[in-house]
Structure formats: C-alpha cells, structure tokens
Design a protein. Structure first.
Length: 664
C-alpha cells in the first residue's frame, strides 16, 4: 500500500485554558507574579522602616520633614495598590457580584482600613500610620494566587499537549492511499491506518490486521494485549508490532480519551478543602469585623470625638487584619511540605496535608502504583532435552530479545542480562500478535505465544504442567526450537517494596484502603483488609472517588496513568508516582519522586501532628482577634499599640507555626 503524508501548517496552541492565552506565556506570567511579590516586599520593608520612624519619633506636624515622609508613604501605598493590588480588588468585586463572602474581602477590608486610617492620621496629625500593611497584604495574596494559577495552568497545558499528541490520523481513501489528516476532518465510518509504533488516535473497530497493542495508560493492564479483526481499539493506546486498519466509531470530541481530558479541565479549578473552610469562616467573620468597626465609629462619634471615632474604628480593622494567620499558617504548611519532600513526597499544595490529616479513604491504582511499572520473570522452565545446553539456549534467547522494543522482550532481557551471554542472531522477523521467529546457528527459534509451536492454549497448559512448571498464573512466553518446546518464561507483576506493610499500616491509622484497577485479571497479592475492584474504566474510577468525596470522606487517590487523571480531580488530594504520565503528574497534588509508597503512613502521622497544632494556632488567633477588637472598640487600644500588638502576634503565631512541624 502506498502511503502519502500530507502535513498541514502548524497552529498556535491555546494555553492554560484561556482562549487568549498562549502556552509560551506561562513562564512570563509566573515571572511577573514573582516580580510583583518582590516589589511588594520592597515597599513593605521601606514602609515598615519609615512608618516606625514616623510613629516613634514623629516630626513636627506640617513641617517639611513631616510632609516629605508622609507624602512618600502615601505615594508608595498608592503605587502598590494601583499596580499590584488590582487582582485582589477584582476578586473582591467578583465576590460581591457572586453574592458571597470570601477571604479576599477580609484582605481588602483590612488593607483599606489600614490605608484610610493612616491617611486620616497623616492629614490630622493624630495617631499612628501603618501604610506597610498595604504591601504586606498584597504580597501574601499575590503569593497564594500565583501558586493556584501555576498549578491549574500546568495541568491544562499537559492536557492540551496530550490532545495534540493524538490529533491526527492516517486516513485510507477509496483508492487505497493513506493521507494524514487533522482529526477534526476525520468522520465516523472512515478507515484509519495505524503503523507499528504509532498511536491509535480514534476509537474504533479493527477491520484488518493483528498485533500487540499497549493499553496500559488507559486500562491498567501491565502487558500489551493482542487485537484482531472485529475487536475494539481506543485512542491513547499504541500499536507495538502490527499494521491495523480501523473503522472510526468515535472521532475528535467523542473519544473516551476526550471524556477523561474534559473532566480534568472542568474540575481543575475546584477549591481545596482548606480554601472552602476559609471561605466558610469568612461568611461570619467578615461581616462581624465590618459590623464591629462601624459600630465603634458610630459609638465614638456620639460619645467622644470624630477623631476618636475614626482612630478606634480603624484600630478594630487593623487588629483584625489576617496578616498573622496569612503568614503563620502558610509557614507551617510550607514547613510540613518541606518535611514531606525530604521523605520523597514532593508537593506545593497545602490541601495534601489537610487530606492526609483528616481523610478517611485512600484509593490506589494497581499497575505502576502498587506494582512495578514493568513485570518481572517469576519462573523459567527449561525442558529436560535442553538442560545440557542451557547456557547456549539462554544466550540465543538473549540475542533475539535484545533486538526488540517489545515490553515483554525488555523484561526477559533484564532477567537474562546477568546470567546469559549474547549469541548473534542470523536473521529475524516479527510475527504480529504472536511473537518473533529467528535463525540462530542454523536452527529456527520461535519466542512468543503457544500458537508459534502449533499448540492450542489448553494443550500448551497441559504440556508445561507435565514438564514441571510451578506457577499456574502469569503471562507465559514460550520458546520453541524447530517447533519443539525448549523453555517457558512466566511473567508476573512485582509488588513495590513493603506494599502489604504500607496498606496494613494505613488501615491501622483508620484509613479505608481501596484498590481500583482496569486490569481484569489482577495477580498482585493484596492484604485482606484492603478492597480491590478490577476491570474498571476511567469513568468507573471517577465515580467511586466522587461518591467518597460527596460523603465527606476526603479521599486521597494515588495513581500513575492517564486513566487515573479524572479520578484524581475528584479527590480531595492526589499523589502521582514519579514514573507516571505527564498528565497524571500535572493533575496530582504531589509526586512520589522515587515511587516509594511505603512513606505514606509516616506522611499521615506528620500531617496529623501539623493539623492538630495548627488548630490550636487558629484558636489562639481567634481569641487574639476577639480580645484585640474588643479593646480597640472600647478605646483601650491605641492604633499604635494595635500595630505593635499585630506585629507581636504575627511573630508569636509564626514561631508556633514553625514548632508545629516536628523535626523527625
């Protein structure tokens, strides 16, 4: 068949889920966010220095030094708000438009309170100034916003890249020519050709061809499966050795792969449990702070002077500023994430600590997560006839398999590498869907399925049992010399180190552990305390995790494949194996760098310690805010002392936050 390649012009790709964004802009946007944080930090530092000087040794009201210092502080605060605070103000406006209250409102209220209170002091010459609060609040908000946007943008970028990887097809026209076309132009019912080593980009049915197909990323099956005429294939799988002609049943937008990616993109902006808790707290706290400030102003306007009304109401807002919590809680979270990183669990998402501490269910994928990403040789049987020439036989097998890229060949080579000497192969040809035929030393060698030896599967099973094969389960790879059985390899999944101990330890910590796998025939030994559900699609996994989340169980999902990505998005937090796919790592809250899941129980204990001590910090901060607001409202807390109290509280809470993370 003649193949004609038709290439279309490259298109600019859409990035980060926004129609007007470009993938190349992601680094620029992050750099701009860091620049804003740095600028806010500079202004905050200089503001603290000059505000402290003005408050501690104030120049004569109306003098030139007074005017210069206060004008400089006012100008710097306005610059920060105009050029750096717009995202915060837009979020606050959006909060009111959506008729909800969030932590942005408290940030804005405290910021404006500090600014206008300081402005009143500057113009009246009464009280203290605290313009630096403007820069501090904006820096804290910008930092948190940057982390959220970075995570979401990276996820959407990987999703877009995956779409682009499967966005073309080799369409067979009526004359038999193969024309490469964009998937958007491929209609249902068309015929698509898939070459060895190429991906399937449509969901369809095989019209012609037979061969091995790798579906691990979609189904979780560890080894390639044979696909023949009349059988279903899906976008996202790869042909290993066969040439297939496929009738398209689902094209762009309606593939199973599209359903997974759509779920990932739609759910990517969902707030974490910590963010939801903060927003729920603000529903009552923000109106309370505003009400106390207004009530204070009204009371002192009638019972005292207008100056006292302004200063005391601003003192209420200042002492209620979220700077203490905004600094201290992230410090504890980041310290905890640093400790997790030392264990090999790398994350930038505080929701991970919340889920590890309060979650009730952990879902695991099987293949590549609880088991090694590649199978291992569990048994090798050499027939009695070939026992005297065992070394030559293994050398011939090694020489053949080293010339192949098949996953089974890699597994056998890895097993034979320490024990076999490479023997040169005279000639070789791949038999799609069955194995390989080669000539070694004038003898014909077949490696692969039982059919290469002219045997039915049941006859092959009886033959190897009679020959002394021990293992009854696993993938069998037959070796025939001149159609006579010479050896059999049994390949099985290999559990990662300490899998059983890890699952039992998590059960002892109160977690329900559930294994969700697309593999219809799991061979991995799982402790009885762990539930295993097999033969699941990506949609099935998503439904299981969504149900646990809706029940309030704060599920954690641990996986490595494309078919795990949508389930991860419906979990409270998720962990990707370091060897997982790019989409999986982008969808996850954290990565296990060395694929060492046995650290999870230790990570849970650490997170619970942090969470317990942070709750005590929150109680302290609440008591501090209430007491400070009460003193300010009663006129017992001068704005200068309110500023000092806020500063001391910030240092105290931050110190407690650092202590919240145990060192070992």
């Amino acid at each position: 068949m003649i193949s004609k390649q038709v290439h279309s012009g490259s298109k600019g790709s859409v990035v980060c889920g926004a129609p007007d964004a470009n993938c190349d802009d992601l680094d620029d946007k992050l750099s701009y966010s860091w620049l804003r944080i740095a600028i806010a930090g500079v202004f905050a530092g200089q503001g603290m220095v000059f505000s402290l000087a003005v408050n501690m040794t104030p120049p004569t009201y109306g003098s030139l030094p007074y005017l210069i210092l206060h004008a400089g502080l006012i100008f710097s605060s306005l610059i920060v708000m105009i050029f750096l605070g717009l995202p915060l103000f837009r979020s606050t406006v959006g909060m009111f438009q959506a008729r909800r209250l969030s932590i942005e409102g408290l940030f804005t209220l405290s910021l404006l309170g500090a600014f206008f209170g300081s402005l009143y002091s500057s113009f009246s010459g009464l009280g203290s100034v605290y313009y630096e609060v403007v820069a501090v609040v904006i820096a804290i908000y910008t930092f948190g916003r940057m982390l959220s946007e970075r995570s979401q943008a990276k996820l959407l970028l990987e999703s877009q890249r995956l779409r682009e990887r499967y966005d073309r097809a080799l369409v067979v026209d009526e004359s038999g020519l193969s024309v490469q076309m964009p998937l958007s132009e491929v209609t249902v019912g068309s015929r698509v050709r898939v070459e060895p080593g190429a991906p399937f980009t449509v969901d369809g049915v095989v019209l012609n061809g037979v061969g091995y197909v790798s579906e691990t990323a979609l189904s979780g099956e560890p080894l390639p499966c044979v696909r023949r005429t009349g059988e279903r294939v899906r976008a996202g799988s790869w042909s290993i050795d066969g040439v297939f002609e496929v009738e398209v049943r689902a094209g762009e937008g309606s593939r199973e792969l599209d359903a997974i990616l759509n779920t990932v993109e739609e759910v990517s902006g969902r707030p974490s449990a910590i963010q939801n808790q903060a927003d729920e707290l603000m529903q009552g706290f923000l109106p309370f702070v505003a009400g106390v400030s207004v009530a204070t102003a009204i009371y002192w306007a009638f019972m005292g002077t207008w100056s006292e009304a302004v200063l005391n109401s601003m003192a209420v807002l200042l002492v209620a500023c979220p700077c203490a919590l905004g600094l201290a809680t992230p410090v504890a979270i980041w310290q905890g994430l640093f400790r997790l990183g030392q264990m090999g669990l790398v994350s930038r998402d505080g929701a991970l600590i919340d889920t590890l501490a309060r979650g009730q269910t952990i879902f695991f994928d099987k293949t590549g997560t609880l088991s090694e990403s590649e199978m291992g040789v569990a048994e090798l049987l050499v027939s009695k006839k070939w026992q005297p020439e065992r070394d030559e036989l293994l050398g011939a097998i090694y020489g053949i398999e080293t010339r192949l890229q098949h996953p089974v060949a890699r597994t056998i080579c890895k097993y034979l590498d320490p024990v076999a000497k490479h023997i040169q192969t005279d000639s070789m040809r791949v038999i799609p869907g069955q194995g390989v035929e080669a000539s070694v030393g004038g003898k014909c060698v077949f490696i692969g399925e039982a059919s290469l030896g002219g045997l039915e599967q049941k006859d092959a099973d009886r033959l190897v049992v009679d020959a002394g094969l021990v293992l009854r389960e696993g993938k069998r790879v037959f070796v025939f010399i001149e159609r006579e059985l010479a050896a059999v390899f049994v390949l099985r999944e290999r559990a990662r180190p300490k899998v059983a101990e890890t699952l039992n330890a998590l059960n002892a910590l109160g977690f329900e552990t559930i294994v969700l796998t697309g593999d219809p025939n799991p061979q991995l030994e799982i402790p009885e305390s762990t539930t295993i559900e097999y033969g699941l699609s990506a949609k099935n996994k998503e439904e299981r995790v969504r149900a646990a989340f809706d029940e309030g169980r704060l599920p954690l999902f641990v996986g490595d494949g494309i078919n795990d990505a949508s389930a991860m998005q419906h979990a409270a937090a998720s962990i990707s194996m370091g060897s997982g796919t790019d989409l999986n790592r982008s969808a996850a809250s954290a990565h296990l760098v060395q694929d060492a899941i046995h650290f999870l129980p230790k990570a849970v204990r650490l997170a619970r310690t942090i969470y317990k001590r942070l709750r005590l910090n929150l109680m302290y901060a609440a008591c501090y805010n209430l007491l400070g607001m009460l003193l300010a409202a009663c006129g017992f807390l001068h704005p200068l002392f309110a500023a000092v109290l806020m500063l001391c509280s910030s240092f105290f809470v931050t110190a407690r936050a650092i202590r919240a993370v145990p060192s070992d």
